[in-house]
Design a protein around this ligand. Structure first.
Ligand code: NAG
Ligand code: NAG
Ligand code: NAG
Ligand code: NAG
Ligand code: NAG
Ligand code: NAG
Ligand code: NAG
Ligand code: NAG
Ligand code: NAG
Ligand code: NAG
Ligand code: NAG
Ligand code: NAG
Length: 429
């Protein structure tokens, strides 16, 4: 059964390092990609030979045809069908509901009369095995990714999958930029939301160096139901200039920097947020707030939703620091941020350190963040979307901002200094 207008799939050998990885793209009538898959599979089949039981093992080859695939429409589910060799095929159809798609039934068909793969087979027939546990549901417009090895055993067949990436219901022919990782790829133990029994992996205990903040588990409740979850370690990096600078106001700044630039360098102060800080806030459909408070510090995180994705939009920090014996209040606010973005219904996770530049004066370093501000079900995190690996560009911005601040401060001091020179003369010295 050939689907009319379906274009022949493209098969690409994904380079030597990914030998055995098969890439398949299924195109619809309009030439747009509707199903995309990369996967590596090997099959072991137990069959009856001449008087003995035999085992045969083979890979899913790169030379396959996805002619039998279907993009899906009103009355038909999308189907990825990979025909290979002499009458063998592997197929998977897809369903979607509640903004998520998943694989439905995986069918492996093998033709025992293929003497090359089944030498000496006695019963020359075509057999099928069907299972429905290849992939977990993933948000639409993301690529479901599972690098871990997964073995599926059914009747006389063992199928071993690894390096799997699949997206069905591809919108506008554009493959999603974000990946949804399978549970097995998650580095930490995740409280399973579904009842699939997966072996529990004990996380390797990592003792952070003392100067890193402890990870706090913060919860905002709506009545008695948790509606916002945030596990993270927070560190404030506050930059300020010492008052001392003002005692040397008349020195032209270039000269000063060359003579003793230490005087003009801003001081930084690191404050680790107590993991016992109290959490409060509110949850809405499109807005949510998390407020963390301890004795001297209040941090407010404001999340919002845009096009079914949430992100951190605003941060407000009020902190009192004792500097040189006197208490100084720092208030910083930025409502133009875009951090921690993920689909509503999922959570955002990042094990890397991130730096959120709130103002030139205040940067928040975050550690091991796992946050879900919307649609928390049963008080547990939903599937996590990971941070991208290239979010480090923040650092150059921070450095640039700090440098800009230094120059500005020095200029101001210089101008003030010149004015004071005219009125006060040199008697300060
Ligand atoms: C589909 O793409 C092929 C080449 O990639 C082109 O020859 C063909 O005209 C396209 N068909 C449509 C309907 O756009
Ligand atoms: C099939 O793949 C698994 C996972 O990579 C591997 O352990 C196994 O040795 C493979 N079997 C064969 C026969 O290559
Ligand atoms: C099966 O094995 C027997 C003895 O081992 C041999 O005589 C016979 O020719 C074999 N049949 C086939 C079809 O290979
Ligand atoms: C075939 O595989 C099964 C399990 O995978 C194993 O127990 C058996 O020994 C194998 N038989 C042969 C002939 O390799
Ligand atoms: C796939 O279908 C096209 C025409 O739709 C045909 O030319 C081609 O031979 C088919 N490929 C295979 C492997 O069946
Ligand atoms: C599918 O549904 C849409 C609207 O729901 C309709 O416009 C379209 O004609 C339908 N297509 C088929 C093949 O029934
Ligand atoms: C997927 O295929 C299986 C077997 O052909 C069928 O029973 C099932 O209904 C299909 N799923 C969907 C969503 O069409
Ligand atoms: C697909 O196109 C429509 C209209 O151009 C747009 O609204 C939508 O956001 C696009 N979806 C994706 C995933 O790019
Ligand atoms: C915080 O949550 C993480 C993951 O859910 C858990 O491993 C950890 O034990 C929790 N910490 C505290 C102090 O409850
Ligand atoms: C704190 O900020 C200063 C200036 O931006 C920077 O040089 C320093 O590396 C930062 N320290 C940490 C621990 O982030
Ligand atoms: C948090 O509170 C618990 C119990 O009140 C205490 O044992 C722990 O030391 C506190 N942690 C910090 C970082 O203050
Ligand atoms: C929520 O928890 C209850 C009891 O703990 C359980 O019966 C229910 O299935 C859970 N729901 C989900 C969506 O995990």
């Amino acid at each position: 059964m050939q689907h009319p207008g379906l274009r022949l799939a493209i098969l690409i050998i994904a380079g030597l390092s990914l030998a055995k990885a098969v890439e398949v793209e299924v195109h619809g009538k309009d030439n747009k990609t509707c199903i995309y898959a990369v996967l590596s599979v090997n099959f072991t089949v137990h069959y009856e030979g001449n008087g003995t039981m035999e085992n045969t093992t083979f890979w899913l080859p790169n030379s396959l045809s996805s002619n039998g695939s279907i993009c899906g429409g009103n009355n038909s589910a999308p189907l990825l069908k990979m025909d290979f060799g002499t009458g063998h095929s592997l197929s998977l159809n897809f369903t979607h509901s509640a903004g998520e798609f998943s694989g439905d039934v995986l069918i492996f068909t093998y033709n025992v009369s293929d003497a090359e793969l089944f030498p000496g087979a006695k019963n020359k027939s075509v057999k099928h095995v069907a299972v429905n546990s290849l992939m977990e549901p993933a948000p639409l417009n993301t690529i479901y990714t599972c690098r871990s090895v997964k073995a599926i055993e059914s009747e006389a067949v063992v199928m071993v999958f690894w390096n799997v990436s699949i997206q069905a219901f591809v919108e506008n022919g554009t493959i999603g930029k974000n990946e949804s990782f399978c549970k097995a790829d998650m580095p930490t133990t995740v409280a399973p939301i579904t009842t699939i029994t997966t072996p529990t992996v004990t996380p390797i205990p990592t003792k952070p160096p003392p100067e890193l903040p402890e990870v706090g588990n913060y919860t905002v409740k709506n009545g008695s139901d948790p509606c916002l979850l945030a596990n993270m370690g927070l560190q404030l990096n506050i930059t300020y200039t010492e008052n001392k600078v003002f005692f040397f106001p008349y020195i032209p700044f270039q000269f000063a920097l060359q003579l003793d630039n230490k005087l003009f360098l801003p001081q930084t102060h690191l404050v680790n947020i107590d993991s016992n800080s109290t959490a409060s806030g509110h949850c809405g459909d499109n807005d949510a707030t998390l407020v963390l408070e301890d004795m001297d510090t209040t941090i407010q995180f404001h999340f919002t939703v845009d096009q079914s994705k949430f992100f951190l939009k605003e941060v407000k920090v009020n902190i009192s620091l004792v500097i040189n014996g006197s208490t100084t209040a720092f208030n910083s606010n930025n409502s133009n941020l875009k951090f921690w973005q993920a689909f509503v219904g999922s959570s955002y996770m990042c094990h890397k350190e991130q730096s959120i530049v709130v103002t030139e004066q205040l940067v928040i370093n975050t550690f091991n963040i796992w946050v879900q501000p919307f649609e928390v079900k049963n008080g547990t995190f939903s599937r996590a979307e990971y941070c991208k690996t290239n979010e480090k560009y923040i650092v150059p911005i921070a450095v640039g901002a700090a440098l800009g601040a230094i120059i500005l401060i020095v200029l101001v001091i210089y101008i003030i200094g010149r004015r004071q020179n005219h009125s006060d003369g040199y008697e300060q010295f």
